[in-house]
Design a protein around this ligand. Structure first.
Ligand SMILES: CC(C)(COP(=O)(O)OP(=O)(O)OC[C@H]1O[C@@H](n2cnc3c(N)ncnc32)[C@H](O)[C@@H]1OP(=O)(O)O)[C@@H](O)C(=O)NCCC(=O)NCCS
Length: 211
């Protein structure tokens, strides 16, 4: 069943995604003490605060940042994320700094490639950019994606002009397949770099990162 039917936007989540055989872990440790944690409505205020503090930095790239974050809108997003995670359709995480209790960003594995692929999305709180947070989150999510039976590829889409975002898959050894204009997802209708890594390459140790 399609959750929240008629109450989109979906903030990048995919209510119509395939059901995957298993879910990735609900918690994943990152370097430097950070952690990925399955989204939870219990963090509504902290996530709303992080999005509000970062809005000017997010707005050019994240369509959902066009409107100010409210506890109502973020609560809806987190509830939907919890539901889709339980249904094993779409896996949204908060990036947390357990030491301070703050929300450092958000990321997820989204079902836009049928049953054999997942797409990573990410954003980082403006106070945390440039410290490798998105790269480490995407690295952990890629490994988690290939822990799911049947996942053969992981994709990252980033707008052609989003040079910071493009560094993330490049550093991880994803291959850039070129430019596309997606008809779904956060980059809909915009010139977008398509980055991909295949299961065999990731498991074997990805190729040398692109400089
Ligand atoms: C894109 C984003 C997630 C990157 O997060 P981050 O944690 O700072 O990323 P990392 O630190 O892992 O890597 C950032 C890279 O961009 C580089 N960078 C920073 N500013 C840059 C700029 N203006 N032009 C080009 N590269 C830049 C950094 O030097 C780093 O690369 P390096 O390690 O080779 O030096 C973050 O900037 C963000 O939240 N942006 C707004 C939302 C967004 O664009 N999300 C992605 C949508 S596809």
């Amino acid at each position: 069943m399609r959750p929240f039917a008629g109450r989109e936007p979906t903030w990048g989540m995919e209510p119509d995604a395939a059901t995957f055989p298993t879910a990735p872990p609900a918690k994943i440790d990152l370097p430097a003490g950070l952690q990925l944690a399955k989204v939870s409505v219990t963090r509504t205020e902290a996530v709303a605060r992080a999005v509000t503090e970062s809005r000017a930095h997010l707005q050019p790239w994240m369509a959902w940042a066009a409107e100010p974050a409210t506890t109502a809108s973020i609560g809806t997003f987190l509830a939907m994320g919890e539901e889709l995670f339980e249904q094993r359709r779409d896996f949204a995480y908060s990036i947390l700094d357990p030491a301070s209790g703050s929300v450092v960003g958000g990321c997820g594995l989204h079902g836009r490639l049928g049953r054999t692929g997942l797409e990573i999305g990410y954003w980082v709180h403006v106070d945390w950019v440039g410290r490798g947070v998105a790269t480490e989150a995407a690295r952990a999510l890629t490994t988690a994606a290939f822990g799911i039976d049947g996942i053969e590829r992981v994709r990252i889409h980033c707008e052609e002009a989003n040079a910071r975002s493009a560094r993330v898959p490049a550093k991880l050894g994803y291959r850039c397949l070129g430019l596309v204009v997606p008809d779904e997802g956060p980059c809909t209708g915009r010139s977008t770099q398509e980055w991909m890594v295949e299961r065999a390459d990731w498991i074997a140790g990805v190729p040398e990162p692109t400089s």
